[in-house]
Design a protein around this ligand. Sequence first.
Ligand SMILES: Cc1cc2nc3c(=O)[nH]c(=O)nc-3n(C[C@H](O)[C@H](O)[C@H](O)COP(=O)(O)O)c2cc1C
Length: 168
Amino acid sequence: MKYLSYIESIEFATDALSKGRAFLTSGKDAPNTMTIGWGSIGYMWNRPVFIAVVRPQRHTHGIMLKESEFTVSIPTKNDLSAALAFAGTASGRDGNKFEGHGITASPSQHVSCPIIKECGLHFECKTRLIQDMTGDRMDESVIARSYPARDFHTIFIGEIVSCYTTDE
Ligand SMILES: Cc1cc2nc3c(=O)[nH]c(=O)nc-3n(C[C@H](O)[C@H](O)[C@H](O)COP(=O)(O)O)c2cc1C
C-alpha cells in the first residue's frame, strides 16, 4: 500500500469516472457498493474533497444519510467490467453484491466502511455536507438532459482523509 496525494490521482480517477468505472462503497456493518460515473475530486474548506452525487432511490443513499463515511475504489490492473455492470444495476436492497461477483469488501485504513479489494486506487472519505439538488437554479439544458423526470441527485461532499494505491 502506498499513500498518494489526491492531486496525483485526479487525472486517472476523473477519466475512470467518465467511463463509469468506479465503486462507491458505504455501510460499516452491512456494506454495499454501487457503480458511479459522476463525481469530482477537488479542494474545499481547506481540505481535499470527493463530491459524489447519489439519487434518493439508491439503497446507498439511505446508508449515506445514516453513516457519514464512504469510500471510492477504482479499478487499475483488473478489468472488473462485469462487477461494475452488476453493481450499477442490482440494488443492495435485493441481495449482497459482494457474493459471487468477483469483488471483495476489504478493511479501509481510516474509515469504518470497506474498500473494494480488487481495485488499485482508493479514496476514503468522511461526509462533510449533504445537500439535495433542486431544479430551482439549474440550467434548463441540464434538466432536460439529465433530469427530465426531475429526480435530482443528492450531493455528498466527503473530505478525502486518505488516498492510496494497493498496486505493487
Ligand atoms: C456506469 C454507471 C454509472 C452510474 N453512476 C451513478 C451515479 O453517479 N450516481 C447514482 O446515483 N447512480 C449511478 N448509477 C446507478 C447505480 O449504480 C445503480 O442504480 C445501483 O444499482 C444502485 O445500487 P444500490 O441500490 O445498491 O445503491 C450508475 C450506474 C452505472 C451503470
